[in-house]
Design a protein around this ligand. Sequence first.
Ligand code: MN
Ligand code: MN
Length: 472
Amino acid sequence: MPRDKKKAKHLEDTLKLKGRLAWDQMQKSYRKESFPFAEDYKRFLDGAKTEREAVVEVLNYARERGFREITDPGKKRRIYWVNKKKNIALAILGRRPLSEGIRIIISHIDSPRLDLKQNPLYEELEMGLLRTHYYGGIKKYQWVAKPLALHGTMIKRDGTQLNLRLGEEAGDPVFTVCDLMPHLSRRVQDEKKLREAIQGEKLTILAGSIPFPDEEAKERIKLNLLDFLFRQYGLVEEDFLSAELELVPAHQARDIGFDKSLVGGYGQDDRLCAYASLRAIDSVRVPEYTILALFLDKEEIGSEGNTSAKSKFLEWIVADLLRLSGEELSDMTLRQVLFRSRALSADVDGAMDPNYQDVHEKQNAAKIGYGVCLSKFTGSGGKYASSDASAEYVAEIRKLFNDHQITWQMAELGKVDEGGGGTMAKYLASYGMDIIDCGAPLLGMHSPFEVASKVDIYETFRAYKVFFERKS
Ligand code: MN
Ligand code: MN
């Protein structure tokens, strides 16, 4: 080889940044493990289609693995907290005092969906329908003409609670939003902008069509449905007013492709990262620093409310941990713990779609198969509303991942002026801790059928594991 060519090759090898496919870079054993891991993950997705169900799934897993509730008496190292049935936290006490800081991974367990309105039931053209109010950032056209399952909680007048999960078992009915046939949609849909073609108020759920036998009765379909709901569940119409009912895609998570290398399913934003952090925390025995996996709600609507990242749940957890470990419990120590902590904001990243590459700036975009994504910042426009991780912290995580042969990529969501989106990172950053966004790349984010690569899922798990296991 001529000298110049040899030198160029040498420089390319030593100086140039090269992204590598996880399939090429990962150890063979890890590649193999990513498939059974995905089987467990798909079961988790099928069981955890709402935030409440995700809490139950995480809780059952944690209990089986020796986690005990904070209020349980006696000494314990593996602890959990449940907050209002919609968010949960798992911790393992470390060797070092809490005042040196803890290691936190936050993910969210809510996903975009259709919620029932508080007074949903009506009748039109001898069909029973339910009105909905969508939750989170959906593209409305994606939610019509597909089978939907009804999940949620109703509290009856006497206070008894009814948990519904209808449309998941063989033989269950499903629900659907009917769409207009293409023969007649030219003016009311086809010529409109995509976002205006289907209005929020038209996302109504078909719920029945048999009339009450008395032909003299008014609204016979609605009456018959109410009669059914009372006989089947003991419900009256007023019970809907206090209910939380969510329509989610009725399909199960599936393998995608001839080679079964990808997972398709609902709610992978962000139950992918939630599941990876669950498995990661469980894989650690006695950590150096106390580790905490926090599964939060309401991220999709801006982390508002008492089960979200903006709630003060984390402060209660740290107070409990201080009490449990016998360290001084004061406002100052609590602040110190949080200030000295390090965190990963575990949320999925938008991967480049072969059909829509133009919305990304390819040199800085997330790619399927290239491992877990780090995002120094999120937000939109001029980094507005983002938590921007420091050079020092990014370098720290970069070194950690490199030292442990994690396949990872640095990514930002899209072109600078294309749009954007935030995560929960900024809410924890307000305590002064270091935090960076870290999660798997996803295709079709917020759609009823999101897609992730099995190697990226597994590398996300491995990344969280080494983060929890780190000694410094
Ligand atoms: Mn998310
Ligand atoms: Mn989201």
